[in-house]
Design a binder for this molecule. Sequence first.
Ligand code: PRP
Length: 183
Amino acid sequence: MYCDNDISRVLLTPQQIDNTVTSLANRISEDYADKNLLLVGLLKGSFVFMADLIRKLTVPCRTEFMAVSSYGSGTRSCGKVTITKDLSVNIDDCDVLVVEDILDTGITAACVTDILSKRNPASLRLCSFLDKPERRQVPITADYVGVTVPDEFVVGYGLDYDERYRNLDCLCVLKPEVYSDKA
Ligand code: PRP
């Protein structure tokens, strides 16, 4: 790995990731047979997971992406989350599945699902590749969770630190000195 010195350990190998995504895709394909599935990926973190997930689905689907930015760190208010890229379609007849890379405090997913629910989709669910329940600040659970992870700084498979490491094909724990040096 090009960044071996920055990584303290590998949490999920590419094979474990593949198995997890396959399992999620099978469940989603079963649940969304005969539905009007619209996957909404939250940028940027979800793009790798989203790409793998849709290629394992066996039901028709459409894909959209949204981006939000949060400001005022530590806030619990959805008023502090703004949409920086919105959907390009109406969702009022869609079975929307929001796709996250990780549920951390839960604020992003809670705000996005709140926004989307007001647009009257036929149904609205949440799928997160990773779940870090120890960090939760708002009461939200995903309908589909790949893997529950401990409260450590994870990177790879779309997740970044300072925009780096998203391209790692495994999920890794970052050494604390990598991010604490720059805090
Ligand atoms: C990360 C991640 C989730 C969100 C989860 O996004 O991709 O969308 O944080 O955190 P939360 O549950 O505490 O809200 P980030 O804002 O870092 O942007 P990115 O997706 O571009 O990396």
